[in-house]
Write a protein that binds this ligand. Structure first.
Ligand SMILES: [Zn+2]
Length: 597
């Protein structure tokens, strides 16, 4: 450093270089001490956090919010000024709550090492003294703890360090970033408890991407405006486009919206939306009426570059929220009010699937030169990038989405008490519901589900219903005492709809929790059905006509003796008792809702 450098510039340079820490500094994090070649174990991570909490007891509080399937504690660190270390104090002080989580995919662990540095710099060394003046930070250093401890040099083949890294699934091989709605994993249920305790205003989920090579050290994703309450969409657009990402780039980085290439072999063919959905972190925040930000550092940048990128982007997020805390609080409040008001509109409905906006937008991609060679190994093209040659490509972006299928939003749903798996999930999400204390005969809207098709492979431990035809009807039913009633005149309306409506791709029905409704349990013996068929045709000549026509028009039917007999069984009173495909979760309008006790 030249001796003539003005003192103020020197100070500014030091401030802009957060990691210029002397090796002898007792607050050097384990990753810094290892020059980012390694990342610390969970025990070493906790030990460092413990030291921080002891050094700044008024500003940092460490607690356990759950236990993993292998018995490890799930740690969260709360950071705030003025001792605002509880949800009640945060709310009383008018401070928005930002939940930052690292290691949901524990091989992608930059967020842990960046978080240790950031907490130190905020609370102990005071290098960044004002980031939490008006914000409360809730920080999960390692979400998938068991996956983090299942560490190996061979876990992420695409990634450039650290030397050993965690495994994508938790110990039951579940991907926590597909588990938000079905909440199978104990970790997810613990997380939901934490979420409902804090009701954060913003969720930041930290990852490392796979895919193509390009100049950006970080890409980021936010849910499309059509998936969000209007106030959240507006807040996110302003915060991310105008504040967070420009501030991040000013710190010496390059950021891009998430890059899902339409053709992995040719980046010039454009990008599209990767899809997301409520099973993902940001998709779940969206149906909880909250802002979300997914950040992905780039797997081929060095671990040190990736940790510094994460540090700077989280710092930029906190600075943006801290700069205008009221804006985020208002966005959350308006979003809850918006969700609570949806069902007051006649024929209310909510989009549950989304499709690509067919009109692309121009997009400038800061990539690298690349070559395509015919490969005699794969038989396909072999793409090789040259990181020494920067190249900007003018491509098209199909990132924007439009609403596709909508589901009706009733005044309430009624769930008969025997559907315990569904009710347990409502409880896991802390969705407010009541139980009826007396039987009630009410007119309801019910869906009949036909032509179900299941995925041919298990996904996250489930054979999902990938397609089903939903036909609504009305009938009067007797709801037993103990029926669970879920009202929609509250902030959880969109959340509940995504669990309870069969059209929603992450509903309990789609995850297979109600597969048994499609199974015919009783059946007719052929000799019984032979007699039944003759009796039914004798009594109803139009049935005989319909049967004869089907024999002529449907050769597969005609060639299938069982199907021919079943034709009659399905039209008999013996079949209709079970109501195969009748969806047991029914919709109540305002009048029906007022008739149940
Ligand atoms: Zn990931």
């Amino acid at each position: 450093m030249p001796a003539t450098l003005p003192a103020r510039l020197l100070l500014a340079l030091l401030a802009a270089s957060p990691l210029a820490i002397q090796a002898k500094d007792s607050w050097t994090t384990p990753a810094e001490a290892a020059h980012f070649r390694t990342t610390p174990s969970y025990a070493d991570t906790q030990a460092y956090l413990q030291r921080l909490a002891q050094a700044a007891p008024g500003m940092l509080r460490m607690e356990t919010f759950g236990t993993t399937p292998e018995g490890r504690p799930m740690t969260v660190m709360v950071a705030a000024t003025d001792g605002d270390l509880t949800p009640e104090k945060a709310r009383a002080a008018g401070k928005p709550i930002v939940l930052v989580q690292a290691g949901i995919h524990p091989g992608e662990i930059e967020g842990k090492d960046a978080g240790l540095m950031l907490l130190r710099d905020i609370a102990v060394t005071h290098r960044l003294p004002h980031l939490l003046d008006h914000v409360v930070l809730v920080y999960i250093p390692v979400y998938s703890v068991d996956g983090h401890e299942n560490s190996s040099p061979y876990n992420r083949i695409n990634q450039n360090g650290p030397a050993s890294m965690g495994f994508r699934g938790q110990s039951q091989y579940l991907n926590l970033n597909r588990d938000y709605v079905k909440a199978d994993a104990p970790e997810t249920r613990a997380w939901l408890g934490l979420w409902n305790t804090w009701r954060p205003d913003l969720l930041v989920d930290i990852h490392t991407t796979d895919g193509a090579d390009y100049q950006y050290d970080l890409t980021w994703y936010a849910e499309d405006a059509h998936k969000l309450p209007p106030s959240i969409a507006a807040w996110q657009k302003h915060a991310y486009d105008d504040q967070v990402m420009p501030a991040y780039e000013k710190l010496g980085h390059l950021a891009s919206p998430y890059l899902e290439f339409r053709d992995g072999r040719d980046i010039t063919k454009g990008i599209e939306n990767f899809g997301s959905g409520p099973r993902f972190s940001t998709g779940y925040a969206a149906i909880r009426n909250r802002a979300g930000l997914l950040i992905e550092t780039h797997m081929l940048k060095s671990y040190e570059v990736r940790v510094r990128a994460t540090y700077d982007v989280v710092r930029s997020v906190l600075a943006a929220v801290d700069g205008d805390p009221a804006a985020l609080l208002k966005a959350s409040k308006d979003a809850d009010a918006w969700a609570a008001s949806l069902s007051s509109h006649p024929d209310a409905s909510v989009a549950v699937t989304f499709k690509q906006d067919p009109t692309p937008k121009p997009f400038s991609l800061k990539g690298y030169a690349f070559t395509q060679t015919k490969s005699d190994v794969s038989g396909d093209l072999w793409v090789q990038y040259d990181p020494k040659v920067n190249k900007t490509y003018a491509i098209q972006s199909w990132n924007d989405l439009l609403p596709d299928m909508a589901a009706p939003l009733p005044a309430a749903w009624a769930i008969p008490p025997q559907w315990t798996d569904v009710i347990a999930r409502l409880d896991a999400h802390h969705i407010a519901c009541t139980r009826t204390t007396a039987p009630a005969k009410v007119a309801v809207t019910n869906d009949v589900l036909t032509q179900p098709k299941w995925a041919d492979k298990p996904f996250e431990g489930h054979h999902m219903v990938k397609d089903v035809v939903v036909t609504p009807g009305t009938e009067t039913v007797e709801l037993p005492a103990g029926t669970v009633i879920v009202r929609t005149d509250n902030a959880d309306a969109v959340l509940a709809l995504n669990l309870l409506d069969a059209r929603a791709p992450d509903s309990m029905l789609r995850w297979g929790y109600l597969n048994a409704i499609f199974e015919q349990k009783e059946y007719g013996e052929p000799r019984v059905l032979e007699a039944l068929a003759r009796k039914m045709m004798a009594e109803d000549p139009s049935l005989k006509t319909a049967f004869d026509e089907k024999l002529k028009s449907d050769p597969a039917f005609a060639a299938n003796p069982r199907a021919r007999l079943t034709f009659f069984y399905e039209r008999s009173p013996w079949y209709s008792v079970q109501k195969v495909g009748s969806y047991p979760i029914v919709r109540l309008d305002g009048a029906a809702l007022s008739a149940v006790r």
